[in-house]
Design a protein around this ligand. Structure first.
Ligand code: SF4
Ligand code: SF4
Length: 339
């Protein structure tokens, strides 16, 4: 199928009749995913958003329920968001990260109704990356600029129009309100050529990395690798796969609410015990945990690497700590391709 760029604002406006529509919009100097009020707000020729759209499914701050105690007893009101949503223009790496988050919020031990309800009611419309950034390394972590993992529709930009790949029934349903036409042979060839010419130049070598991490917990390499880190957590807050959270009660007299907030393993308070003991007392242990979690523990538990190669942690780190260099140092390899 084909949809012209000119028709996209009308398409988004029509979707708004049935869905809450999120799309990349300009905010100050950044691109961010926001709920749009008009189809013309969406900026689709963007490189990637400053913060991933994961917060649409797993908000940075979320009231889980409110409570009230009175003479009749205790009353709870659960806050499940069941609104139908479309995330329009998500990049393939960010869509793949949601498949990884699914393992966390829906598994044999836990089913998180807050995340799962949003997830079931959300349609993911992706746009492939014609020009991957110098910090992208998705192809090293089983992704790619036109990877369709987890997407309902994929749009391929071929100039003044998109070739639309319909991947699921959810995607098909969304497309019914679009002014689409059939793709010609020339359109299909243009899409194939676009995919072929999208080059991800940056690479990391994951061969044997897991085996190294299985046995290097006490290695002195962690001292030097973590030295520069100032523990600001910009890397984890901007990572599409990070999912640590904290739950607090905010109460006043007999009323209150329970709130879930993003947290980060880069903060000292994250692991401090009630006794005052902290099993990760310095930046070294915290940085090691971040790397271990993504490239060892998540594989142990979910058989997948918890990194999609989006490059945000590289772009946002104030001291230029580069995960590609960290992994190369662990590998003991000089063979890097870092721009
Ligand atoms: S670790 Fe860095 S490159 Fe990997 S998914 Fe997270 S932010 Fe992106
Ligand atoms: S963004 Fe850089 S300095 Fe901040 S916690 Fe992450 S690695 Fe450390």
């Amino acid at each position: 199928m084909i949809i012209t760029k000119q028709d996209i604002p009308n398409f988004l406006d029509s979707l708004k009749n049935n869905y809450q529509v999120f799309a990349p919009v300009k905010q100050d100097n950044y691109t961010m995913f926001k709920a749009i009020t008009s189809g013309s707000d969406a900026i689709l020729d963007y490189s990637n958003s400053k913060i991933p759209p994961k917060g649409i499914l797993f908000p940075q701050t979320e009231e889980l329920f409110s409570y009230k105690v009175d003479k009749q007893g205790a009353h709870l009101e659960e806050k499940i968001d069941s609104e139908q949503k479309v995330i329009f223009g998500i990049r393939p790496c960010d869509a793949k990260s949601i498949a990884l988050l699914d393992n966390v919020f829906n598994n044999d031990k836990y089913e998180d109704p807050y995340y799962l309800t949003r997830r079931e009611n959300t349609v993911l419309v992706g746009i492939g990356c014609n020009q991957p950034q110098s910090t992208c390394f998705c192809t090293s972590v089983e992704g790619g600029p036109f990877d369709t993992t987890n997407l309902d529709l994929l749009l391929v930009d071929i100039g003044d129009k998109y070739v639309v790949e319909v991947l699921t029934d959810k995607g098909k349903k969304v497309l019914t309100s679009a002014a689409c036409s059939d793709a010609s042979e020339a359109d299909k060839q243009a899409a194939a050529k676009t995919k072929e010419s999208a080059t991800v130049v940056s690479k990391v070598n994951l061969d044997g990395l897991k085996q190294k991490l299985d046995s290097n917990f006490y290695d002195e390499i962690w001292d030097s690798i973590s030295e520069k880190c100032i523990g600001c957590a910009a890397c984890t807050y901007s990572c599409p796969t990070c999912h640590c959270f904290d739950i607090v009660d905010e109460a006043k007299d007999c009323d209150g609410c329970r709130v879930r907030n993003w947290d980060s393993c880069m903060f000292p308070e994250f692991t401090i015990h009630g006794s005052g003991h902290n099993p990760r007392p310095s930046g070294k242990e915290r940085f090691r945990n971040r790397v271990m979690h993504k490239f060892k523990y998540f594989i142990d538990v979910n058989n997948a690497t918890a990194c999609v190669g989006c490059g945000r942690c590289i772009q946002n780190c104030p001291v230029n700590l580069d995960i590609r260099e960290v992994l190369a140092d662990i590998q003991g390899s000089e063979a890097r391709s870092v721009s």
